[in-house]
Design a protein around this ligand. Sequence first.
Ligand code: MTE
Length: 329
Amino acid sequence: MKTNLFKSKPIPSSEITPESLYLNRREFLKALGIVSAGSLILAACGGRTTTPAAGSPPAPTVTQDTTAPSASATTDELGDALTSYDDITNYNNFYEFTTDKAGVARLSKNFKTTPWTIEVGGMVNNPKTYSVDDLLAKFGQQERVYRLRCVEAWSMVIPWMGFELAGLLNEVEPMASAKYVYFETILDEKQMPGQKSGLYPWPYTEGLRLDEAMHPLAILATGMYGKPLPPQDGAPIRLVVPWKYGFKSIKSIVKIELTDKQPATMWNTIASNEYGFYSNVNPEVSHPRWSQASERRIGEAGRRKTLMFNGYEEDVASLYTGMDLKMNY
Ligand code: MTE
């Protein structure tokens, strides 16, 4: 199935990835190789809190990735400028490392992302464990410029590189009984000091309804700004679901499982009244502790209005026909 992306606007030239941006697979893999290298917190991607005690990351064998960040687009399809590479890589939510946004890059610097495998199983006819290499060979990468709206009411515009999640799901053949997709982040407290905190039910988990997961806007991202994903942004592979709050876009995935029951997800387990299973961006449904009507775009002064489904309403609203979006927040 291939539907038009961005029904709301004509497909911008940035959606048609120039050949130069389909990175040569070998070069990309080479780059992957060199890159490889306590207080009560109940705000999903919550505000600044105590940084958990940092463990010592393993001794690095890291060579600097010296390729310059580049994107074919300069704006998203609404004409909004891309957030700078510097902001995207230095203002992060990745609680496995720290709850301090500015500290994630440093603490994750030596996170080992090769070798890496993702186990895809559950209610599928062809369960399989893939290496990131397999996935890149099979699905390639294209640039997708998406807005990312955090539930904390800040946002960015990010030129991801990746492929549609639907491609991978089709490959493993979901059984007719499968209704949901469950995702899990790596559990490795030696490398991820934040996982030593008993405040969270690690590993980080997320879930989507199967039809949401099959939507062509849902991607698995392996790169950003033409470079392999840096650890702080979810290397080597993460989910990106642009019409939902950022916490649904789970990082550093090692497991995908199809199921017939709505899966438990980390933030929903911690505070179901604040973080619903759906968590679609909705300016009309406030978080119990703050409004979702506006947001702060990183790199911009002032605030801007939050758009329904983060601006992807025409593309995704039909997934929720007949549902009460206030009840199913
Ligand atoms: N995935 C994992 N495994 N751990 C996290 O803490 N944070 C989420 C999401 N994915 C998170 C995660 C939140 S709250 C947001 S807003 C986005 O990642 C932030 O992605 P970024 O740091 O690449 O901007």
